[in-house]
Design a binder for this molecule. Sequence first.
Ligand SMILES: [Zn+2]
Length: 153
Amino acid sequence: MSDYDNAIFRLATAQEAELEDYIGEDGLLYCASCRQPKEAYFPEGKTFFGRDRHPKECDCQRKRRETLEASHREYKHREEVERLKRKGFTDPAMREWTFENDNGKCPQMHKAHAYVECWEEMKAGNIGYLLWGMVGTGKSYFAGCIANALMEK
Ligand SMILES: [Zn+2]
């Protein structure tokens, strides 16, 4: 968002001054908590709908917004991980096939970790793993650990 768009957005969502806020020497409203201005003049003395200033975030408002945005991003990420796991796993038990739940008995598991850590490279080079072994040796589990870790990413 440009500064101008941001200013317009803030005009549209202007908040009331909080009780302890004060007017500074420059005539702008200041936050009582962080002592940063909650308004700014339009550049070069311009006005917009008769106003010479627009609301501006003080440090506390910015921190509040950033916290909210971070929790929204985290929520969207969890939602996407959930969608991938619902779509990707036929058996819900596979969700438990993770590095965290690994009992450490598979001597090759470090290769699964390496695959996940180098995922971008593996994907770009179209590099996969060929797993072989007797029934019950943990091939599906190995693959499940990789899948879970990649979905979490
Ligand atoms: Zn503040």
